[in-house]
Structures are given as C-alpha cells and as structure tokens.
Design a protein around this ligand. Structure first.
Ligand code: PMP
Length: 413
C-alpha cells in the first residue's frame, strides 16, 4: 500500500537550501530563501525584538504561561495587531470598521497559515476559483490547491522586464464574467511583489481595484512585506488603505487580508501573522459567523496558535517607544537591501536591463535563464531560485565581488 505513494518534488525554494548545505565549496553563496542576513551573513534578531524578548523574560507571569492560547489567538495580540493594521496603517477607514464590528480576525501561523485558513473558509462556503499573478510566490498555488480550490488561474503580471497592468486587466475582463455564478477570488500582493519586486503605481492600483470591484471579484490581499518597500510599515499598507475606501469600492462579499510579521520583525520561525476578513456593512451576524467558522477550521488543523512569538510582537506593537524603534530597524534593513541592489547594479552595469531602481523589497529579479542559473550553481556554488530571483541580503561586502564576477562571466558566454 505504502509503495503507491510517489515521491513529491523538492520544494522550489527550501529544496535548494538542502542542496546548498551539502555543497563543499567554501565560496558558496545562498541567495534562495527570503531571510534577511546582515553584512556578515548572519540572521540576527532585530534590536527591538531583542528588547521585547528581554522585557518578556522579566515578566514572570507572562513568560511562564505555557498553557494553550485561545483558538483564535491571544487577546493581547489580537488587540495590538488589529490596532496596528486598522488604526495605524489605515487611519481614515479602519477605526470605523472596528467600531462597526466588521472585522473577523484570527491569529495565524504567519502569512502561510493565514492564506491556508482563508482558503479553507473560502472553499468551504464561497469560492473555489482563485486568480494568482504570473509569476508569483510558488507556494500560492500549493496552498490554494491543498485547501479546497479546484480552479486555479493565473493573470499576466510581468512581461519583458516590466509590469503589464493593461494586459492583466484585459485578461480579467475577458475571462471573468460578472454574473456567471462563480465567485472569483484574486490574490493581490500588497507591496514588494514576490518575485519581481515590481508593484503597480498608485494610479495603476486605482485602475486594478476598479476592475476587480466591477467584476465582483473577492480580493485576498497578501501583505508579507509590509515596511520593506518604504522602510515604514504603516506607510506600506497603501493597497489596504485604498481597498478600504468605501466611498470608492463596495466589496459586496468582503475582503481578505493575510498578514505576516516574519519579514518585518524577523520572526520567521516563530510563525506570527493574522487573517482579517472585512465583512460588508449592515450584516450584524456576519462577522461573528465567520469568526466561528475560522475557529472550527483552526481547531481541526492545529487547535490553537503558538504563544511565544505573538507575545514578543505584542510588546513591540503596544509600546509607543519600542514601536518607533522598530520602524527604525525596518528602515535600516531596507537601506541595506538598497545598498546591495545599488552595489550590484554598479558592478554589473545592468541598470538598463532590469529597471533595478523600480524594484524593491528583499529580492532582485534578474531574469537570468535556467542555463545561466545552472552554471552559477554548478560552477560557482551560487544558489538562486530557478525563476531568476535572488535574495539580496545573502550578498555582503565579503562576497559581492565574487557574485558579480560570476554573473559577468556567465553572461559573457
Ligand atoms: N506571501 C508571500 C508573497 C511571501 O513571499 C511569503 C514569504 N515568503 C508569504 C506570503 C508567507 O510567509 P510566512 O508564512 O513566512 O509569513
């Protein structure tokens, strides 16, 4: 019986790290996973997060509490994240939504967990059709496939080194029929699109949201990199702010927000995130009903979320002075990523080729083809994902020349 189970392909991103770990070249460079490393190649704890950890250590009562959290998450975490997302990040529309009790909310296992729980809820009750940008984070397809979606479609996002918003919208207009009885969900990367690093302008977002709204699609905003564009986390929630402007858009069946503190607090392995479902107005039962279903979903998968990381995040978010320092930490990280981007482009003279100044976030989308990527890996032990994306913080003063020389030598042939 068991031999009928075939071997699954290695994960497109983590699989390469496994290969990297086995590589014996002492010059090897891992540019695959999106984890921020400092100029010495170390994954360090954000200074503010360190402070919050120390504060937690001293808080005996909270630190020693190893009991279960409630299914939908720690009440303190829920309060501080809702405030962060809907008061600070969306000051003109969010507070009203909170007052009107229109946000169902669960603490989740980071952004991936939020997407998975969202997909479960949607596929159980609302829709099994989702549109994902092409290209996108490869896990989007995995998650939606595994969580009940039977119809996974892609929309064109990027072509010849540029965003192709007109083509994207034309494609949706042609393929999504307003009243065909299918509810179409659509994943929108809130900022720092993974893998291209290219995001629509505010004007383009207006057009995109108008189309999505007109076609009665259900937006799922994936906000995994809040703060990594501008260096200021609340500022980067601009797509959420635009969506919540109810004088403009009426999402007749609500809106989903999947959010993560993995990247912007460096809490990767702690799995700290959230799912918010913004429900339409004048449906007093809906928020509670949805939350009750989210509870059932979480209970059946992992019962309740872990406690440590969310305590750390709550401390950062609920202390005004720590929060200010946190913004500085995020900005410091963004500046280093920019320095690496500039340093590489100067050495490579690639600026005209890849529009590097328009890309932002953790990654550099090089557009190198499979042949070049294989050569980089086999001849130089430089590991990148096969879509040509490289994780910028894997590059530092010690290896930037090695990496850029390798790039130059493979592009010469
Ligand atoms: N969405 C996108 C687009 C991502 O790139 C990531 C992280 N790689 C996530 C969601 C979720 O990450 P996590 O589960 O670590 O929060």
């Amino acid at each position: 019986l068991f031999e009928e189970i075939p071997r699954a392909p290695p994960d497109k991103i983590f699989g390469l790290t496994e290969q990297f770990n086995k590589d014996e070249n002492n010059k090897k460079v891992n540019l695959t996973v999106g984890v921020y490393k400092d100029n010495d190649g170390l994954v360090t704890t954000f200074p503010t997060v360190s402070k919050a950890q120390k504060m937690l250590e001293q808080d005996e009562k909270r630190n020693n509490d190893l009991s279960y959290l409630p299914i939908i998450g720690s009440p303190t975490y829920r309060r501080s994240v809702l405030d962060f997302l809907f008061r600070e990040s969306c000051p003109s529309s969010g507070p009203k939504l909170l007052e009107e009790n229109r946000i169902s909310f669960v603490q989740t296992l980071s952004g991936t967990g939020a997407l998975a729980v969202a997909a479960d809820l949607l596929s159980l009750f609302i829709s099994r059709t989702v549109w994902i940008p092409e290209p996108s984070w490869p896990n989007h397809i995995n998650i939606f496939k595994r969580h009940g979606f039977t119809d996974i479609r892609t929309y064109p996002y990027y072509e010849d080194g540029k965003l192709c918003v007109d083509k994207w919208l034309e494609h949706l207009r042609k393929n999504v029929k307003k009243n065909d009885g299918i509810r179409h969900c659509i994943i929108l990367h809130a900022c720092c699109h993974n893998p291209t690093g290219l995001d629509p302008t505010r004007e383009q977002w207006q057009k995109i949201l108008e189309t999505v709204n007109e076609l009665k699609m259900l937006p799922i905003i994936d906000m995994a990199y809040q703060g990594l564009e501008s260096g200021n986390p609340p500022e980067d929630a601009y797509v959420l702010r635009m969506c919540l402007d109810e004088s403009r858009y009426k999402w007749s069946h609500g809106l989903f927000l999947c959010q993560s503190f993995a990247k912007n607090m460096g809490l990767y392995g702690e799995r700290v995130g959230s799912l918010s479902v913004v429900v339409p107005p004048n449906q007093p039962e809906t928020k509670t009903n949805i939350e009750s279903q989210l509870k059932q979903i979480v209970r059946s998968i992992y019962s309740s979320p872990p406690g440590y990381g969310c305590r750390v995040a709550s401390i950062v978010l609920s202390s005004p002075s720590l929060k200010k320092e946190w913004h500085k930490d995020v900005d410091f990280m963004v500046q280093r990523l920019l320095d690496v981007r500039h340093g590489m482009c100067e050495r490579l003279g690639w600026s005209d080729l890849v529009n590097y100044t328009q890309q932002h976030g953790m990654f550099y989308y090089t557009r190198l083809n499979h042949h070049s990527l294989n050569r980089l890996r086999d001849e130089y032990s430089i590991y990148m994902t096969m879509d040509g994306r490289l994780s910028l913080s894997g590059i530092n003063d010690h290896n930037i020349d090695y990496v850029c020389d390798a790039f130059k030598s493979i592009s010469r042939v």
